[in-house]
Design a protein around this ligand. Structure first.
Ligand code: ZN
Length: 378
């Protein structure tokens, strides 16, 4: 038995060693990559398509000839994380080796490709960037590439509760799902449009979220122990909070659709006012911002109000909380018209200019205005 395995490994090694010589030096085929795909023509076609796909990745998926045009109609950007890391490597002049770890035959005559990105800029200190999966399938006479999420969720439960289409490993909690649906319907009513149909993936945590998206390792999976992502271009919510409820991200679907030029400060503020952040509502978050301001008298509130880098207790940027308090004040005083005016930023206009138009608060009285909004909290 052991002899047979050794023989098989030897054959695979031989095939791959011979094969390696024909591929670009930045695409490395590991020794056992094709051990389950014996056909040399398939190996060759997948490798050359993969190379083409990767060469075109930073042009964006719509301009990548190795992505099925029918698929792009359903998902405008299925490879955002690969693109982000590719652009990151370019902007820092890093040299990335792309290694094909394995190619696995899977359902629907497709193959799962396991890729490893290694940063080899410093040969004495090579760093793992990510390990991710892609799906490839021959359509016509060409291999096209797909996100791995449909493969990893092929046995998951798909349940529609009102306007929310849940995809989850276990049955959804009906009570929570109803609350989420009601929240979505109430948002639509507020903005005066029909409810947006939301696809909602429920994950236990960000680590599982990224695994199901096709990443065995990507640094982002360990940036926080809870949270989520919104793919606004397809109204898809990836909730890494082990819950059917993720109100914050749902707000962004409406603001993204209705206010394409909105300021990020106002957008995150309104989403935090209505949907909280990091699992806490605005009344729970406000004391964190108040404490931070009290303990950092050297910091200027006007700067904190647009500084996404300052994170307070609860792992929430202080900007989210201050802007949420301002949004609540505006909605109470001026109703949805005030909120719509705040979100409807003209191109090139700054947050404070726009705020002044809504509630006549300018930079000179901004600090005392915000302190006033925080007064009720301890
Ligand atoms: Zn947000």
């Amino acid at each position: 038995m052991i002899r047979n395995i050794l023989l098989a490994i030897f054959t695979v090694l031989f095939v791959n060693t011979a094969f390696c010589q024909s591929v670009d030096s930045t695409l490395i085929i590991s020794d056992y990559a094709f051990s389950l795909v014996n056909n040399a023509n398939i190996q060759k076609d997948i490798t050359s398509s993969l190379k083409g796909f990767l060469d075109n990745i930073d042009n964006g998926s719509r301009n990548n000839p190795f992505i099925d045009p029918v698929y792009i109609k359903k998902d405008m950007e299925p490879f955002s994380w690969f693109i982000i890391y590719d652009n990151d490597a370019k902007s820092t002049n890093s040299k990335i080796n792309t290694i094909v770890l394995s190619v696995l035959p899977i359902e629907n005559a497709s193959y799962l490709i396991k890729l490893q990105y290694m940063d080899v800029t410093n040969p004495c200190n090579k760093k793992l960037v990510l390990i991710g999966s892609l799906i490839t399938k021959m359509v016509g006479n060409k291999y096209y590439f797909y996100n791995a999420v449909d493969h990893y969720t092929r046995f998951w439960i798909k349940q529609k509760i009102g306007t929310i289409n849940y995809v989850s490993a276990t049955n959804v909690n009906q009570i929570n799902a109803e609350v989420m649906n009601k929240f979505n319907v109430s948002l639509a009513r507020k903005f005066g449009i029909k409810p947006i149909q939301i696809t909602y993936y429920k994950f236990e945590d960000p680590e599982q979220l990224f695994k199901i998206m096709g990443f065995d390792y990507i640094p982002n999976m360990y940036y926080s122990t809870s949270g989520g992502l919104a793919q606004q271009w397809k109204n898809t919510l990836l909730a890494g909070n082990n819950s059917e409820l993720y109100e914050h991200e749902a707000v962004h679907f409406y603001t993204a659709t209705l206010f394409p030029n909105r300021s990020k400060v106002a957008d995150e503020g309104y989403a935090t006012f209505l949907g909280g952040s990091g699992g806490k509502n605005l009344n729970q978050l406000a004391p964190f911002a108040k404490n931070y301001i009290k303990n950092h008298p050297e910091k200027n509130i006007t700067e904190l109000a647009t500084d996404f880098g300052t994170v307070v207790e609860g792992n929430v940027p202080i900007t989210y909380i201050l802007s949420a308090l301002i949004c609540r004040d505006i909605e109470h005083k001026y109703g949805m018209n005030g909120i719509k005016k705040l979100l409807k930023l003209n191109a090139g206009e700054d947050y404070f200019n726009n705020l002044y138009k809504v509630n006549k608060i300018d930079k000179t009285n901004f600090g005392s205005y915000v302190n006033g909004l925080l007064r009720e909290y301890n």
